[in-house]
Design a protein around this ligand. Structure first.
Ligand code: GAL
Length: 367
């Protein structure tokens, strides 16, 4: 799964998305239903997994809505549901959308296996399914995500760089994501690929539901099992959990925090990086991912081909050769806050550099 994606390929794919974005649209069919090559009143069902990680409500949802509107000249409607981390809820949300006759579904699964039956029911009802960010099982038509194994490698490499010579003597703690999320498995295997044999892994956890409070509890357990002076670094699969981990490290009375990794470039994560509390995050530009999902969804709803958008084929445990768009993630440290999230317009300097962080921002020349 997930053949390695070169940066050049991704750039080509992303620009292909931008190009074709403007090429769609047109007159509406008499019945207002999708048909080949025209702009229509399309109903896109969007299902996101949870609302604790900031990305979903702050970026993915509004970005997909904007792209669908652009592709359909304002005639596309996005019907939205957030499963709040509950797989059963998400299954019934799919059924509601089937009943409401959406033309296409974009699903970011809470649990990639548990959603397979709902994907099949949608297909049986003639509704194509685009798997968003997480590779849902069942007969999906298309998939878009980041190169998730590479995200794990980027995190692992950054942690080794930060550890330098300390990698030899100390131990690290690994805080992986939820076992129901296929991405968590890929982040974990990418990180192990880089870390194994280079540093001792004292404790490792698969964190239930990606919850920061569960990461906090796990970290507190690791601190008492290993001893706070023995932990030289923490691999955290995302920023939400990094927040819980850093709270546990501070509560244990550590004066100097070990390097902690993350993912998602959440505002709180970026602020902790500026302040020197978190070492890095993985910045994943959500705009191209959202654009790819919207473009494939609108095309599928209109019965059009998506060959021009995809950059590789991916196998899921149930479905071989899923047409996919995979996008690379980028390591974000103190050194490149400006050239990543600020220059891309994700956050303004004012949003990052609030009173609490002003001095730290000045120190790294962020103004
Ligand atoms: C992953 C996703 C990450 C993060 C995490 C926590 O599947 O790729 O960006 O959101 O879930 O929900």
């Amino acid at each position: 799964m997930n053949a390695h994606l070169g940066r050049a390929t991704a750039v080509v794919a992303v620009s292909a998305i931008t190009l074709t974005l403007t090429a769609c649209g047109g007159a509406e069919d008499a019945d207002g239903r999708p048909g080949s090559g025209k702009g229509h009143a399309i109903k896109v069902g969007l299902l996101l997994p949870e609302n604790q990680t900031a990305r979903y409500e702050k970026f993915d949802k509004p970005l997909i809505e904007k792209e669908v509107a652009a592709l359909t000249r304002g005639k596309g409607e996005v019907v939205y549901a957030n499963a709040k981390q509950d797989a059963a809820t998400q299954n019934s949300q799919v059924d509601t959308m089937i009943t409401n006759k959406v033309d296409v579904l974009i699903i970011d699964a809470v649990d990639a296996k548990a959603i397979a039956g709902a994907v099949k029911r949608a297909k049986d009802a003639g509704i194509p399914v685009v798997a968003y960010d997480r590779l849902a099982e069942g007969p999906i038509d298309a998939y878009t995500s980041f190169d998730n194994e590479d995200v794990g490698k980027v995190q692992g490499k950054a942690l080794l760089d930060a550890l330098g010579d300390k990698a030899k003597d100390g131990q690290i703690v690994m805080m992986n994501g939820s076992v129901t999320d296929p991405n968590a498995k890929l982040f974990k295997s990418g990180a192990h690929f880089v870390l194994d044999g280079k540093v001792n892994i004292g404790k490792e956890y698969d964190t239930v539901e990606w919850k920061p409070e569960n990461a906090n509890t796990n970290m507190a357990a690791a601190l008492s099992a290993l001893g706070k002076s023995k932990i030289v670094g923490v691999y955290s699969a995302n920023d939400g959990m990094a927040g819980g981990i850093i709270t546990a490290l501070k509560a244990a009375g550590l004066s100097t925090l070990p390097p902690v990794t993350g993912q998602d470039a959440e505002l709180a994560g970026v602020q902790r990086i500026v302040a020197g509390e978190q070492f890095m995050t993985v910045y994943k530009p959500y705009a191209p991912e959202a654009a790819a999902a919207a473009e494939m969804a609108v095309a599928l709803a209109q019965g059009e081909k998506i060959d021009g958008v995809i950059n590789q084929m991916v196998d899921s445990p149930t479905t071989k050769g899923v047409p996919s768009v995979l996008i690379p993630g980028v390591a974000l440290t103190k050194a490149n806050v400006k050239s990543t999230v600020v220059d891309d317009g994700v956050y303004t300097v004012d949003e990052i550099c609030t009173d609490k962080y002003r001095a730290a921002c000045e120190e790294i020349g962020l103004k």
